[in-house]
Each structure stands twice: as structure tokens, then as C-alpha cells.
Design a protein around this ligand. Structure first.
Ligand SMILES: C[S@@+](CC[C@H](N)C(=O)[O-])C[C@H]1O[C@@H](n2cnc3c(N)ncnc32)[C@H](O)[C@@H]1O
Ligand SMILES: Nc1c(NC[C@H](O)[C@H](O)[C@H](O)CO)[nH]c(=O)[nH]c1=O
Ligand SMILES: N[C@@H](Cc1ccc(O)cc1)C(=O)O
Ligand code: SF4
Length: 426
């Protein structure tokens, strides 16, 4: 680091933070400083301006981070949230053939999996017994599965665990279930809501651009259908997350258009709880292994930082929760994202398989106490939330040594989160 005094993010005062922001803006080029100053004044960043922000490097990039962090502080203060949950992937059998997906198997494959309702309830019960408030349920689109299976899963869990929040079924699964039952999206979703569906993952969004989807998924679920199903869910009172999967055959103009589209939907419905940028995991993804020259090996370091920061800036005042996915990035990079506009660390997950099937090595689970340590290490306040961002527990007054792990770690090395996080480097 050259020149200037380095301010430790753990100890700096609001005045020092404001001085850092001014210095960062003063070092930026005039066009970038203009966009960022307008964003700080509450004006909307256009798609073209967002492309400029995604392409920043050097001092301009640092100014983007400083503004993202300022807007994060305005929206969320010092609190960083997470949820204690369990992923249940009830089947990995899927014939949709999305080329990026390492998770899908054929029914006759030896590692094909199918969970019946009793097995799903048993997993949900274990999660509840370990302090979980949410189950996150997604699966492949199994060719033999009846459309009624989605409601059967909900009814089975709710009859055993009426207070468990069920966050389940991507728009792709809703599309499949509606087609199989012959119901409209709204009618199918209303039925699922009445059976206990609390909220939906906004996965299957990937990149909401027809040309890119053609390459990723042969456009089986079009961008228009994804939007229609999300709007229908919000319309019947089911909140959803929003996602973007980036770093493969895409470019900044696609990211800007995707996030602007999410912003437009949110202005109408208010139904998105958060945006979760999902970096493309390439190592065992057929999209990459079969076309290594034509497909990027996931986003670069700068692109990951900028994705979180520019999302924060574009969505400010509309979607105020930006979640980092620790399973895609690992704990250390997830922690760094807390200085790039991120205020949420997602779930403890207990059983992560989708990222691991694509080659991710960041494990199946992270404990609540590890997340709390990670949050404290950047000087913020850990808060356990429920799925829709109500506070369950503020960890502020706990001694780190006293936090009982809500979910005991099962496998893998213990993570050294309490190691001091250095001041942010350019
Ligand atoms: C595997 S699917 C499961 C639910 C459902 N079958 C669907 O496609 O919506 C859930 C999401 O995982 C993400 N995903 C799958 N493979 C990935 C990869 N290689 N890298 C990053 N994210 C991936 C995609 O965003 C996808 O929409
Ligand atoms: N980000 C990933 C998740 N997130 C699920 C969330 O933890 C949770 O359901 C959400 O925060 C609800 O508000 N799950 C994965 O399996 N992989 C991810 O990358
Ligand atoms: N984080 C997503 C769910 C998700 C699940 C699996 C993934 O691979 C990615 C994302 C959500 O809660 O909406
Ligand atoms: S992403 Fe979902 S729909 Fe596509 S192949 Fe994988 S499991 Fe099937």
C-alpha cells in the first residue's frame, strides 16, 4: 500500500470513514465520480452507468467499493445477518440438461438420489432439533415425479413442524409443477402457499438474457417465464430471493440489464427479500470442462468484488439485503465481501450439494458461531435472522468464547476466523 494513512476498519470512527469516502471520490476519474456522487444523493444508476462501474479498475474501483460500503452502512448499519437453515435436495434426477449444472443425474445413475416425504421430514426434524428455522428445498425436475409432489412435501413437513419456515422450489420447479398439474402459475402457487410454502429461492435466473440462456440452458425456462413466475409468486404473497449466476459466457452489459430488471420488478411488487450473486463454479461444470476455451473459469477477483458492490449501488432503496454465498466463495472471500456492500451471509446450510457437485471445495456447512466470529472480525454485529429478515438474536453482548455452536461442525478443518482481518487493501 502506497501513500496515505491506512485506517483499520475495526477501529475507525465515522469521521474517518467519511474522510475515506471523500478521498476515494477525489481520486476517481470525473465520469465515475459523477455517477457515484449521484448514487450517494439517491439518484438511480442507469444500465449504461452500471456497465461503467462494472468496468472500473484502480482508483475508480476503490471509489465504487467506498460508495457501496457507505450505502450498506446507511441501509443496514453495523448489523450483519445470517440464518440457521438446512438444504434438502430431495432429488438430483433431472433431464433438463442445463450445461452449467454438475448436480443433475440420470435416473439409472448409481449416484441418483430420491427422498420420499418421510425422509424429507426426518431431515427437517433434525434441522429443527439443531436450532434451524428454515429448510431450503430444491431438486431436479425428475421425469417420473407427479406435480403433486411439491404440495406433498410441504404438507408432510408442516404436519410435523408447523413453525418451520419452508423456503422452496425455484421458478423452474414451479414451471414444471404447473405444467404437470395443468394449473396456471398463480393457481399452482396459491395452492403451495396454502400448503405451507413460506418463500421461494430466486434461482434458475442465471443471466436473464435470451442469448446467454440459449448457451447455458437451451432457453428451456426463458427469461420472460422466470419473470412471469416471480411476479406471480409476489402477487400471491410469496416473497422470493433474487439471484444472478455470473462468470461464464456473460459480460458486464448482461449484469447491468439483469440487475436493472430485478429493480424494475421490485418497484412493482416489493417481493424480493435479497439479491444473492452466485459465482459460476467451473471445475466440474460440463459447460466449462467441455468447452474450456469458450467459457470463463468463473468470475475474476475484481469481478466478484464489483458484482457485490455494484449490486448494492444499483439496488439501494429497492433491495437492501445483498447476500454473499460462502459456499461459492469460501469463508475468507465472503468476509471480504462485507466491505463491498454485503450485509448478509445467507445460511449455515448443513448439507450443501449443488456447489460441491460443480467442484466447490468450501464444505457442506458453516456454524452459527463461525459466522458470528467472522462478522465480529470486521467490527460488525452478528444477527441471527429468520428467512424474511426478522431479527431472532443479536449476538452483540456475547463473549465470542461463550457462543455455543447452534450447529456443531461435522467435518473439515476448524476455520480460523478470529484471525485479524487487515485493513482493506487496494
Ligand atoms: C441446481 S439448481 C436446483 C433447482 C432447480 N433444478 C433449478 O434449476 O432451478 C439451483 C441453482 O444452482 C445454481 N448452480 C447450478 N450449478 C452451478 C454452478 N456450476 N455454479 C454456480 N451455480 C450453480 C444455479 O443458479 C441454479 O439455478
Ligand atoms: N447462497 C446459497 C444458499 N442459500 C440459501 C440461503 O441460506 C437461504 O435459503 C436464504 O438466505 C433465505 O433468505 N444455498 C445454497 O445451497 N447455496 C448457496 O450458494
Ligand atoms: N441462495 C439461494 C438458494 C440457492 C441454492 C443453491 C444454490 O446453488 C444457489 C442458491 C436462495 O436462497 O434463494
Ligand atoms: S440447474 Fe436445475 S433444472 Fe438445470 S439441470 Fe441442474 S437440476 Fe436440472
Amino acid at each position: 500500500m502506497s501513500g496515505g494513512r491506512r485506517v483499520n476498519i475495526l477501529t475507525r470512527t465515522p469521521t474517518e470513514t467519511a474522510a475515506e469516502l471523500s478521498a476515494a471520490l477525489a481520486s476517481a476519474s470525473a465520469p465515475v465520480a459523477r455517477v457515484l456522487t449521484r448514487a450517494l444523493d439517491g439518484q438511480e444508476v442507469s444500465e449504461a452507468e452500471a456497465v461503467t462501474l462494472f468496468e472500473t479498475r484502480g482508483a475508480d474501483k476503490l471509489a465504487v467499493y467506498a460508495v457501496a460500503d457507505t450505502l450498506r452502512q446507511r441501509a443496514n448499519g453495523d448489523r450483519v445477518t445470517f440464518v440457521v437453515n438446512r438444504n434438502i435436495n430431495f432429488t438430483n434426477v433431472c433431464y433438463m440438461g442445463c450445461r452449467f449444472c454438475g448436480f443433475a443425474k440420470r435416473a439409472e445413475d448409481k449416484d441418483a438420489e430420491w427422498l420420499d416425504p418421510d425422509q424429507i421430514v426426518a431431515r427437517a426434524q433434525e434441522a429443527w432439533d439443531r436450532g434451524g428455522t428454515e429448510v431450503c428445498i430444491q431438486g431436479g425436475l425428475h421425469p417420473k415425479m407427479p406435480g403433486s409432489y411439491y404440495r406433498d412435501i410441504l404438507l408432510a413437513i408442516k404436519s410435523a413442524l408447523p413453525d418451520m419456515h419452508i423456503h422452496a422450489f425455484s421458478p423452474f420447479e414451479i414451471w414444471y409443477g404447473a405444467a404437470k398439474t395443468g394449473l396456471s402459475y398463480a393457481d399452482f402457487l396459491r395452492d403451495l402457499r396454502d400448503c405451507g410454502l413460506g418463500s421461494m429461492p430466486g434461482t434458475a435466473a442465471e443471466i436473464l438474457d435470451t442469448e446467454v440462456r440459449q448457451k447455458l440452458t437451451k432457453n428451456k425456462l426463458s427469461a420472460e417465464k422466470w419473470v412471469e413466475i416471480i411476479r406471480a409468486a409476489h402477487g400471491v404473497g410469496i416473497p422470493t430471493t433474487a439471484t444472478i449466476m455470473y462468470g461464464h459466457v456473460d459480460a458486464p452489459r448482461h449484469w447491468a440489464a439483469h440487475i436493472a430488471l430485478l429493480r424494475d420488478i421490485q418497484k412493482d411488487t416489493g417481493g424480493f427479500t435479497e439479491l444473492v450473486p452466485l459465482s459460476f463454479v467451473h471445475t466440474e461444470s460440463p459447460l466449462y470442462t467441455q468447452n474450456p476455451g469458450a467459457v470463463r473459469p468463473g468470475p475474476t477477483t475484481d469481478e466478484v468484488d464489483l458484482m457485490h458492490a455494484v449490486s448494492r449501488i444499483m439496488l439501494h432503496g429497492h433491495i437492501d439485503n445483498i447476500q454473499v454465498s460462502w459456499t461459492k466463495l469460501g469463508a475468507e472471500r465472503a468476509r471480504q465481501m462485507l466491505t463491498r456492500g454485503v450485509n448478509d451471509l445467507g445460511g449455515t446450510l448443513m448439507n450443501e450439494s449443488i456447489s460441491r457437485a460443480a467442484g466447490s471445495t468450501h464444505g457442506q456447512e458453516i456454524t452459527a458461531s463461525e459466522l458470528a466470529g467472522l462478522i465480529r472480525s470486521v467490527g460488525r454485529v452478528p444477527v441471527r435472522r429468520n428467512t424474511v429478515y426478522d431479527t431472532i438474536e443479536v449476538y452483540d453482548d456475547h463473549d465470542p468464547a461463550e457462543i455455543a455452536p447452534l450447529v456443531p461442525r461435522r467435518a473439515g478443518e476448524p476455520l480460523d476466523f478470529l484471525k485479524m482481518f487487515p485493513a482493506v487493501e487496494p
